[in-house]
Every structure is written in structure tokens, then in C-alpha cells.
Design a protein around this ligand. Sequence first.
Ligand SMILES: Cc1ncc(C[n+]2csc(CCOP(=O)(O)OP(=O)(O)O)c2C)c(N)n1
Length: 601
Amino acid sequence: MIETLSKIGGHTAASLGPVELSLALHYAFDTPRDRLIWDVGHQAYSHKILTGRRDRFPTVKQYGGLSGFLRREESPYDVFNAGHAGTSISAALGMAIARDLKGDDFHVIAVIGDGGLTAGMAMEAFNQAGHDKRRLIVVLNDNEMSIAPNVGAVSGYLNRIRGGQPYNTIKDEIEELLKSIPGVGEMMFKSAKMVKDAISRAFVPGVLAEELGFRYYGPINGHDTDALLEVFEEAKNLDHPVLIHTLTKKGKGYEPAERDPYSWHGTTPFDIASGAFIKSKATAPTYTQVFADTTASMMERDERIVAITAAMPDGTGLNKVSPQFPDRVIDVGIAEQHAVTLAAGMALEGMKPICAIYSTFLQRAFDQVVHDVCLMDIPVAFAVDRGGIVGADGPTHHGLLDFTYLRALPNMIVMASKDENELARMLKTAVEAGHPAAVRFPRGNGLGVQIDEVLEPLEIGKGELLREGRDGAIVAIGHMVSEAVEAAERLAAEGVEVAVMNARFVRPIDTEMVLALADTAGCLVTVEDHFLDGGFGSAILETLEAHGRSGVKIARLGVPVGVHQHGPPEVLRARFGIDAAGIAQRVRDLIAADRRLGVHR
Ligand SMILES: Cc1ncc(C[n+]2csc(CCOP(=O)(O)OP(=O)(O)O)c2C)c(N)n1
């Protein structure tokens, strides 16, 4: 694992931690007959290696290779696809209920991290499973870390258990103690069961799980396979829910990762001997860095601005902002839904919250965006990072739905930036909008554009005409604008003059500019790094239809709706025809079709 990841990068520390756990689980249980469900799936490399994928492991996360997460299509041992946290107990309980309805008898085991356990839906599932009392095994892979150090009361609670004595040992010790008291005897001992339970409860914080209906085992050294096997064998014989609390070390077995599990959660390639990360030399800052720097400078000038992350301080760049503003950067844990409603509450009290949540994870908080923000027209700014194709993390992480789910909402303003400076200005616009406003930007580096000293907000609903042209028009959004400009340059070299519009806003659309282009250029090509259905191009179509221009020739370029596997963004974009070459070709095709039909412009 270390050798492979040193060459290609990946979830290094996360996957090194549960190696023994994975071995013990596959030894003790009859997988795939027994259903083993890993939460998130980023920690399951050893599971992959143990289940027939050792030879292909060097292809993990590579284009056409193994997925970095679980994938049912990849192996019968991957029983539930994941990528987002907190789903495993729900899926496991569903399978356990189905098993019993079918009269089957396999085991169902969910493996969830201490981070994943804090997700709202994990709590919901735990709540039902404890009440339901069905045979189900939940293994807690507790390494005290989410990606960053885990936060919250549940994490604090687990910490206290970690420091305590194992629950079952305490119970046994109290039993022995009671027996040894002269005159208590076997009979008395039985009636003293309540006393015993009460004493153990008083001593052991791990009792919460038992109170919630689970039999609790732990804490157990998650690197001690004998201890794990013993408890798994015991758990197999129980006919109610069991929580097995294992303690693992993130990065176990590779010293640099053990020492700094935060930086090593997911890594670039690295030098095995020194543990130094090998980074490609970037010419421009990442959009994430621009977001963080802009947020910090806006927070300096306005003390009402607060920034919220859901367990992604590093991914969102807010870890660079929090040292300066420890009280105004809030990590809520893996709790996107809560993050959004928390922001709404703060905004109503006069603060200016920026919710920094990746496009894919904001999906989980859709109802909160609708119900708790948009319906009340509460001014919350959303910094939607990782918009578009993300690359190696694949279908669970591509941000291809945000235009669709955000542009349909009342009061919501939706923007996407063409470069770093526009991102900074859009953030400023969002914070000052007085309405819910989302700014979408992609993973990766910007274009190397200088950022204005003084940030001027944009006029809401106004696009930017970057190039004139009478042969057609390309209407692009976000990071597709630079590709559109390049396509137009290539076409100009061939004598074809196309206009290029940087739409800036998906909502409200700059209707005036779109209609003017439709009327002068005659044909439009829309471009977005987003699913075609319901996205930006659809918004342009709706605009044309609403203003009596249904006859305008339009071609929409984007990502066809589908489950698109991982791969380098530039390769995937080329496949979908949303790079400069693809855009130029689409314009040529459209013009050629017109000529065949004898249309003159
Ligand atoms: C809904 C959701 N939000 C955020 C993330 C990003 N994320 C990936 S792994 C992770 C930490 C998970 O921590 P834990 O479950 O303890 O697993 P560990 O990596 O420590 O083994 C986070 C926050 C996610 N996958 N899903």
C-alpha cells in the first residue's frame, strides 16, 4: 500500500489505520455472504487488497483503474458504494431488516469512523438500530481523527471512554468483588445485579451505547488481531445490536503518517524514505487558496463575517484563516445540514456567514438550503468548492448537480467564476448581496490572474461580453469561460468569428445579453462543467423560450447525466467535449449544419 501510494497519492493514513481490523473482519466473517459495509470507503484499501484486487491495486484512483472508494461494480465484496460519510449504519440496518424478512441468517457489519459517527444520519440510524434490537454489528474505527482532529461532544465522549477501563472488565471486576464480600453469596449476588449494573454505569462512560440498546465491547486495540477475533466471535453469537469500539492509529505502520495523520489523511505522491510530499510545481494559486485569502481579508475588514466548515478545514482552506480568527471560523464536524441552518441562525442575528461546503457535500443539506435559508430569504453566502469534475475521487465527489439544485430555489443567487479575480469579487458580491448567494468554483489551480487590491462587488445578474462575433456565440459559465475563449481564438484563426459571453450568473441570467446574442449571432453554444439536465444550458434554453426565441439554434455542451468514473479532469472534459477543442468542433458542426440547410448569417 505504501509503495503504491508513494507513487500516485491517495488516502494513505486513513487506509493504513484499519489494516488489522480489515484482516480480522475478513477472517472472522464469511464475506461476501456476511455483508461488510465500510463507511465513506476511503479507508478500505486493505479490504480491496484482501478481496482479489491485490494485483490491480497499483491502478487505484488511476484513469480506468480501481476506484479509490467502494464500488459494487468492482467486486462482490463491495456491498455498498460510498464516498460520503455516515451512511453505513443505515445501509447495514436496511440489509439486516431485509435478511430477517427473507428468513436468511447472514451477519451484517458496518465499519464506521469516529468522524463518520458524528454525521447526522449515522446518529439517526444508531437511534433506530438500538430501538429495533435486531442482530447487527457496528464496528467503530476510532482514531480520534476526522480528516482534521475530530470535533464535538461525541468525540469528547469517545475520548473519555478511551481513557477509561473497558466496560466488560469493569463489570467482571465488580462481580468478583460482590462475590467476595462475606455473606453476599450466590443468591444475594443475583439480586445485587442491579447494584452491579449501577456501579459499572457510574464508572464507565461507554455505557451510553448500552443505554441506547447496543451491547458495547471496548475499547479494544484495533491493531491486536487476536483481541479483535475474540470479540468478533462473541458478537456473532448475539442476537441484538452490538457496538465494537476499536482504537486504531491513523497512518499505522508508516512513521511519517503516524506522526502527522492530519497531513497524511489523503496525500500527493511522496518519498518513502524521507516522508516528503512530492508536489507538482503550480504556476497559479488554487481556487481554494483564493477563497481562503479573500475570506481572511474580508473578515479583517468586517467582524460580522463568520466562516463555517463541515469537517473540512483543510479542504476548504479555512485552516489558514482560523489561526487569525479562532472565534469566527467554526468547524461543525461532518454535519452539512446543521452547518447551513446554523448559518441561517447567525445571519438572523446580524452576522454574515459564509458556508464553505464542497458542491457534492452540499447535496446533503439541500432541504436546509431550501427550508432554512431560501424560503426566508436569509443572506447566507455559500462557497461551493469542487464544482465540476473533480478527478481521482470519482462519481461520489464530482460536483455536477449544484447549478440544478441551487438555481431552482427562490431568492437564491448563483454565480460561477471564470478566474481567481472573479472568484474574489463574487465572494464579495455574495457576502453583500442581502440574499442567499452561492459562488461555485472548481478544484485545482487558477489561471494566474492578478487579484484586485480593492474588491468591487459585481452587478447582480450581469454577464460579461468578452468577444464579439457574427458567426455564432459561445455562452460559457465558470471555468469553462477560458476554454470558450480559446475555442473562439482557434475558430478566428480559421476565419470564423464567434462571440464569447462570460455569463457569471446562472441565476439571475443576464437575459438582455443572451437575447441580444441570440438575435445577432443566430446560434448559441452553451458550455458548463455540470450535468446537462437542468443545468446552465437549460437555464439559457428557458430564457430563450420565455422571451419568444424558441427557434434559436442552440447546442448545449456539458456532462451527460451518468455515473462517471474517476480520471484526470482534463481527460474527462475532453471526453465530454467541454474543452477548447470540443467547443470549437461543436461550433464548426453547428455552422456546417446551417450551411447544409442554406441558412445565411
Ligand atoms: C458528507 C461528507 N462530508 C464530508 C466528507 C469528507 N470526509 C471524507 S473522510 C472524512 C473524515 C472521516 O473521518 P472518520 O469517519 O473518522 O474516518 P477516518 O478517516 O478517521 O478513518 C471527511 C470529513 C465526506 N466524505 N462526506
